[in-house]
Ligand binder design. Structure first.
Ligand code: BES
Ligand code: ZN
Ligand code: ZN
Length: 502
């Protein structure tokens, strides 16, 4: 979708449809009313007088305007009560409008931030329009070979700055929102890809491809020999049952000239989690191709940080492997000596995420980081505790947790903190090794977090469990069912606020 911002009147935009908002308590905002020319204004006012327009959340009307060659239709979207219309709802409303336009097989759509009737900066609304539409229109189609002609795409979004005073801000916000949305779509694509087409080596190639297109990103890929040399035996243990070779992906984005301490982002890159010898039940096992969603989110974030030219140094670490049963597979009862030197008794080979992250977190410390954030589809227990749409958060640093909470309020990716009290560490003590990789059924998400904590050292660290929201089972306005790309916008927002919140 081509996105352009211009100064001018929306009803002159020559788009196939113009988007307007209505509210329960303000059926046609004043600015919109003024902007609508005779025939369009009359049509909408008639619909309001007739009681057709109620302004309810997600209400949708397509209104044809007689004698209006410049803009033949208006898509009117309801947003409910005005004071409840936050950015997430606004993005959703734009997504809905764009979906309607696509189903009508329209080519172009226009919006005007100043006519939304909200007390929100024009730039923020422009960004919401770009994100809402790009995210809401996402479809994963590379494997559909039949009836491809029916896969209609909306070709163009025109943002019209009616009063023109904020056109430069609008342009910048729209461009940046496009970068962020592209990163989310990149992550969704990687997660949607089946595991036979997205192996650890494929993930490494994606990282190399990102670096090839951007001078400020350097990528280094560690193979299994290098992992052996370093002593990443937890990661190597997990990978042993698979015929696919593991990769440890290092992405280094240098957005500063100085020698600032980097922010290290770590993403679980399990390209397929069968459970290994502790095999998972067959039902829904296909969903375990999504077990690299944390890694994909980190890759998308580093990519966007570079495109946004953020003045930071950011390292992305993605341990990438399959977890498979096989003749050489690691087994329950095995003891692995992690990179940190701590030994781990394997209780379940299905609790593999924390093993690969243990080595990655310890490796991350070698950068003497300003902060470490790991993102992982780590525990089914997180879905039990918080539901399917919430990220579980644990960590050692109040300021870093605050940064993430603050970012989540902007992006709408809900997160909730869970405690890491001393008693949780008792349940991951092993009789014969330093740790065991399962702490029993109670508080399964927290004991996984406690396990990771043992490898984070004294650096500010936060763990994000995205097992719930990584894969969406029912269409949402900005997330068609499937891979959500959760974490990308959250991490980018945290990084964009970084300096301001220090
Ligand atoms: N990848 C899974 C967690 C998961 C479950 C992600 C459902 C997304 C949806 C993880 O590796 C796993 O299998 N965890 C086990 C841990 C248990 C053996 C302690 C789990 O959650 O059952
Ligand atoms: Zn598992
Ligand atoms: Zn897993």
């Amino acid at each position: 979708m081509k996105i352009s911002s211009e100064q001018g009147k929306i009803m002159k935009s020559r788009a196939d449809a113009a988007v307007f908002f209505c509210y329960e308590d303000d059926l046609l905002p004043n600015a919109a009313s003024v902007a609508l020319n005779e025939p369009s204004g009359i049509m909408i006012r008639k619909m309001i007088d007739g009681g057709d327009v109620k302004g309810k959340d997600r209400e949708l009307h397509v209104i044809y305007i007689p004698d209006s060659p410049a803009v033949p239709r208006i898509i009117l979207v309801g947003l409910g009560k005005k004071k409840e219309a936050d950015l997430e709802k606004i993005r959703g409303a734009f997504a809905l409008a764009a979906g309607k336009a696509r189903s009508l097989k329209l080519r172009s759509i226009s919006v005007s931030p100043e006519l939304c009737g909200l007390d929100v900066e024009a730039a923020s609304i422009a960004a919401a329009a770009v994100e809402g539409m790009k995210l809401g229109l996402y479809q994963f189609t590379p494997f559909k070979t039949e009836e491809r002609e029916n896969l209609h795409e909306l070709a163009e979004l025109v943002i019209c700055s009616e009063n023109g005073t904020s056109i430069e801000e609008v342009k910048k916000a729209a461009k940046e929102a496009e970068i962020v949305a592209e990163a989310v779509l990149f992550a969704r694509n990687l997660v949607s890809m089946p595991s036979n087409e997205m192996t650890p080596r494929d993930m490494a190639n994606e990282a190399l491809d990102i670096a090839k297109k951007r001078k400020s990103i350097h990528v280094n890929i560690l193979d299994e020999n290098k992992m052996k040399e370093l002593g990443m035996n937890a990661l190597l243990g997990v990978t042993r049952g698979s015929r696919e070779e593991a990769r440890f992906i290092i992405m280094d984005y240098h957005g500063t000239k100085g020698k600032e301490r980097p922010i290290v982002l770590i993403g679980k890159g399990l390209t397929f989690d069968s459970g290994g010898i502790s095999l998972k039940p067959a039902e829904n096992m296909e969903e375990m191709k999504t077990d690299m969603a944390g890694g994909a989110a980190v890759m998308g974030t580093v990519m966007a940080a570079a495109d946004l030219k953020l003045p930071l140094r950011i390292i992305g670490l993605i341990p990438a492997t399959e977890n498979m049963p096989g003749g050489l597979a690691y087994k329950p009862g095995d003891i692995l000596k992690t990179l940190s030197g701590l030994t781990v008794e394997v209780i379940s080979t299905d609790a593999e995420g924390r093993l690969i992250l243990a080595d990655a977190l310890y490796y991350a410390q070698s950068y003497k980081p300003a902060a470490m954030v790991d993102v992982a589809t780590l525990t089914g227990a997180c879905i039990v505790a918080l539901g399917e749409s919430v990220i579980g958060m644990m960590g050692t640093d109040e300021k870093l947790k605050q940064k993430l909470k603050y970012a989540s309020e902007t992006t709408g990716e809900k997160l909730w903190e869970l405690p890491l009290w001393p008693e949780y560490f008792e349940s991951i003590k092993s009789d014969i090794a330093d740790l065991k990789n399962v702490g029993g059924r109670p508080a399964g998400t927290i004991t996984a977090g406690a396990f990771l904590r043992k490898f984070a050292g004294d650096y500010p660290w936060v763990h994000l469990d995205i097992a719930g929201p990584a894969w969406v089972k029912k269409d949402q306005p900005c997330i068609p069912k499937g891979a959500s790309g959760v974490g990308v916008r959250l991490l980018i927002q945290m990084l964009r606020n970084w300096e301001r919140m220090d």
